[in-house]
Every structure is written in structure tokens, then in C-alpha cells.
Write a protein that binds this ligand. Structure first.
Ligand code: HEC
Ligand code: HEC
Length: 217
């Protein structure tokens, strides 16, 4: 009897997951029911990170490689960075156009499961074209002001500062604007460096750094 109740609960949960994940309910029901019998599911609904992440695909692309310039690629960023970003969106600590509403639908456990899934994907560099002189200038300025925390030209995700290398430049421009407007929290040290950069090099210095990030593959 207890098993049956469990299975029914799992099915109900799977149907709910089916809705959020925009997957056919039958497809989601099988693994969830199985999980309920075998071991306690990782998330309350029994959905895996991959299942939950299918809701994100429409904007962040398959496996977190976004095709749209205003939507960041999230593939390969560290689990901590992704979880923290989602929590900040959800709790309203980071202003956003879309993610505040999206993130509200997920529990802490679900956020961790999705973050682990995306952290395991291969990072992608969009290799956007830019003026060669800007790229060279951007690399120099990056090394001076940003490399300390955004190591390996912004490609190292292990330090929980996100991945800047190969990111879409329109996204980088608007998230930097959010930092400068105070709509996105930023550590005191990064703020100091960005302010110093703007003071010495002006906006064109920041634009060159963004061109450098965007150009990487
Ligand atoms: C309707 C489009 C859309 C959907 C669906 C969506 N996102 Fe986003 N996401 C965005 C946009 C746009 C941003 C930039 C922040 C903003 O303005 O909302 C973003 C930003 C993010 C960031 C921050 C990236 C960074 O570099 O700091 C993370 C993490 C993220 N999304 C995860 C997710 C996850 C996980 C899901 C699925 C549960 C998801 N998103 C679903 C559009 C979307
Ligand atoms: C003292 C360390 C530090 C320095 C120096 C630093 N950053 Fe950051 N940066 C961070 C951390 C940590 C984050 C993640 C912040 C967060 O959103 O919580 C971040 C996030 C970012 C993001 C957002 C990434 C995303 O995916 O949304 C951009 C863009 C960025 N930094 C650009 C720069 C630039 C450009 C410089 C140099 C002028 C710089 N940073 C210098 C620590 C630093």
C-alpha cells in the first residue's frame, strides 16, 4: 500500500515536472517512479538536474550554449557561481529582466541540481569578430585590471567568478552597466578595479576588454 502511495505521489510530481520542463508527462514519469522505489530522490519532485534544465534550453540553448546575444551562455561555469546567481535572482538581490521570475519556481535543491548539470557541460566561446587593435588593447587592460580574479583571460571557471571568455558581448555590456548602476552586487575589490579602469582608460577601455572577451573561442 505504501509503495503504491509512493508511486502515485511520484506520478503526480512527475506530471508537475512535465509541465515545468515542457516534456511529455510519460517521459518524465518513468525515471521519477523508478527513483521513488530505489532511493530517496535528489529533489523533492524526483527530477534530475538535466530534466529541470530542459526548461532553460529555450533561452540558454542546448546544454547552456546560448544562441542569443542578450542571453548569457552558462555552460561550464562553476556550480557555486551558478547556484549563487540563481539564488540572487530568486531572492531579488540581483536585478534582472527575466531570471527573477524564472528562478522563483525553484527550490534550493533544484537549483543545486541544475547548477551541477550546467557546470558539467563544456564551456563555449562565441568567437565574435572585433577590431584587432581593440582586442589587443583589451587583453592588455584585462591583464592589468581583471586577470587576478578572472584567470586565463576570463576562461577559468574554477574561481567562482563566472566565465567571461567567449561570452556574448551584448550581455557583457549590459551586465557591466548593471554593476556600474548598482543593480548588480559586486565585490568591493572588483568595484575598485573597474572604477580605476574607467578613471584611467574611460569607457573605451572597458569596451576593449569586452571585445577581447567576446573574441575568444
Ligand atoms: C526566457 C528566457 C530565459 C529562460 C527560460 C531562462 N533564462 Fe537564465 N537568463 C536569461 C537572461 C536574459 C539572463 C540575463 C539576466 C536577466 O536579465 O534576466 C539570464 C541569466 C542567467 C544566469 C546568470 C548567468 C551569468 O553569467 O551570471 C544563470 C545562472 C541562468 N540564467 C540560469 C538559468 C536556468 C538554470 C534556467 C532554467 C531554470 C534559466 N536560466 C532560464 C534568460 C532566460
Ligand atoms: C577582486 C576580484 C575581481 C576583479 C579584480 C574583477 N572581478 Fe569581475 N567578478 C568577480 C566576481 C567574484 C564575480 C562574480 C560576481 C557576482 O555576480 O557575484 C565577477 C563577475 C564579473 C562579471 C559578470 C560575469 C557574468 O557572467 O555575468 C563581469 C562581466 C566581470 N566580472 C568583469 C570584470 C572586469 C571587466 C574586470 C576588470 C576591470 C573585473 N571583472 C575584475 C571578481 C573580480
Amino acid at each position: 500500500m505504501r509503495l503504491k502511495t509512493l508511486a502515485v505521489t511520484a506520478l503526480a510530481a512527475a506530471v508537475m515536472v512535465g509541465c515545468t520542463a515542457q516534456q511529455p508527462a510519460e517521459k518524465a514519469a518513468a525515471p521519477a517512479a523508478k527513483a521513488a522505489k530505489k532511493a530517496p530522490p535528489k529533489t523533492l519532485s524526483g527530477a534530475s538536474g538535466a530534466m529541470l534544465a530542459s526548461t532553460c534550453e529555450g533561452c540558454h540553448g542546448t546544454d547552456g550554449v546560448s544562441q542569443g546575444p542578450a542571453t548569457p551562455s552558462i555552460a561550464g561555469m562553476s556550480q557555486d557561481y551558478l547556484s549563487e546567481a540563481m539564488e540572487e535572482f530568486r531572492d531579488g538581490d540581483t536585478k534582472s529582466t527575466i531570471m527573477g521570475r524564472v528562478a522563483k519556481g525553484y527550490s534550493d535543491t533544484e537549483i543545486v541540481a541544475m547548477s551541477a548539470y550546467y557546470a558539467a557541460q563544456k564551456p563555449y566561446g562565441a568567437g565574435q569578430k572585433a577590431n584587432a587593435a581593440d582586442i589587443a588593447k583589451g587583453e592588455k587592460l584585462h591583464n592589468k585590471y581583471c586577470e587576478k580574479c578572472h584567470a586565463d583571460g576570463g576562461s577559468d571557471a574554477t574561481d567562482d567568478s563566472g566565465i567571461l571568455a567567449g561570452q556574448w558581448t551584448p550581455y557583457l555590456h549590459y551586465t557591466m552597466q548593471d554593476f556600474m548602476n548598482g543593480d548588480r552586487a559586486v565585490g568591493r575589490k572588483m568595484k575598485k578595479k573597474v572604477n580605476l579602469l574607467l578613471e584611467k582608460e574611460g569607457r573605451s577601455g572597458l569596451n576593449a576588454i569586452i571585445a577581447y572577451y567576446g573574441s575568444q573561442n
